[in-house]
Write a new protein. Structure first.
Length: 302
């Protein structure tokens, strides 16, 4: 049980975290803090938070845990605003999609108090944003990656992990560098591609006709282009080097596919498609196997 949890940015991610803690009966009081008074008022009306705060001083009074659920470029100014009112026992974590830049910002702002900051990233989301997008089960069965720092007390890491587990998440541990390399490939590049494709189609003179006939394949591929442009701008720039590496590799793959298409190389195209199909099927099977309920251990308790 947390006495008081503070959510900085009560939108999809922060609001769903609040709902998860409420559903678990894990927080006596949840306070919201953010740039938009309208969003805070809406979060309060929806029951995501118990209090909409006007200032960091008000929000942090008696706080056990603070979650920063805001675009990663805001990490430094948010931490700077919190630091003067941060009690020695209060733990701060974040939900940013990049970690090396967030850690660097936290070190620059917090200095000797960096041990109070435990970096994290919940691997869950929807294409909608804002308080109305928050749902209670967003994190159930989903991974949350923590990237603990050498300065973190184990009790602090455990507290952050416990909060996410209470929301239903499965905890994984990576270093900040490992995290950013992994997610450049499997999250940041797909978002870049989805945004680019929709922008390309929308810029064509017959865009209305194209969108009229776009069906489930286009919708599924581009779903994530409905995400927050501000957030993904910050993520792209924050993880620029790793993302550029993945983008260059993808451009090389596209160039190779174009050569095969121009040469009417059906066998070469099919080989790429078949390899991709096998890899995706194996990935889905692994996910389904991991999510399948396991038989009760009859030896448990002996």
């Amino acid at each position: 049980m947390f006495d008081k949890v503070v959510i900085v940015g009560v939108g999809l991610i922060g609001g769903s975290f609040a709902l998860g803690l409420k559903a678990a009966g894990a927080a006596r009081h949840i306070a919201g803090l953010g740039r938009s008074k309208e969003a805070l008022a809406r979060a309060l009306a929806l029951g995501l938070i118990d209090e909409a705060c006007d200032s960091p001083e008000q929000a942090l009074r008696g706080a056990d845990l603070v979650l920063i659920a805001a675009p990663v470029a805001q990490t430094a100014p948010i931490l700077a605003s919190l630091l003067p009112y941060l009690a020695p026992h209060t733990i701060v974590t974040d939900a940013g999609s990049t970690k090396s830049d967030v850690v660097a910002a936290a070190r620059a702002v917090m200095g000797e108090r960096i041990g109070q900051f435990v970096p994290g990233h919940p691997i869950a989301g929807r294409e909608s944003n804002g308080p109305d997008a928050a749902i209670v089960g967003l994190y159930r069965g989903k991974k949350t990656v923590l990237t603990p720092l050498p300065e973190n007390a184990q009790a602090s890491v455990d507290a952050v992990a416990r909060a996410w587990k209470l929301c239903g998440a499965i905890i994984h541990i990576l270093t900040p560098g490992e995290h950013d390399k992994v997610f450049a490939a499997v999250s940041h590049l797909p978002h870049l591609l989805a945004f680019a494709l929709v922008d390309d189609v929308a810029a064509k003179p017959h865009a209305d006709l194209l969108f009229q006939y776009a069906a489930s394949g286009f919708r599924d591929f581009t779903r994530i282009a409905g995400s927050s442009p501000e957030m993904w701008r910050d993520i792209s720039l924050a993880n620029r080097d790793a993302l550029l590496g993945e983008l260059d590799a993808y451009l090389a793959q596209l160039t190779q596919i174009r050569r095969r298409l121009a040469a009417s190389d059906g066998a070469g195209l099919e080989a790429v498609y078949a390899n991709a199909q096998r890899a995706r099927c194996a990935w889905i099977e692994a996910i389904e196997a991991a999510e399948k309920p396991q038989p009760a251990d009859q030896e448990a308790g002996k």
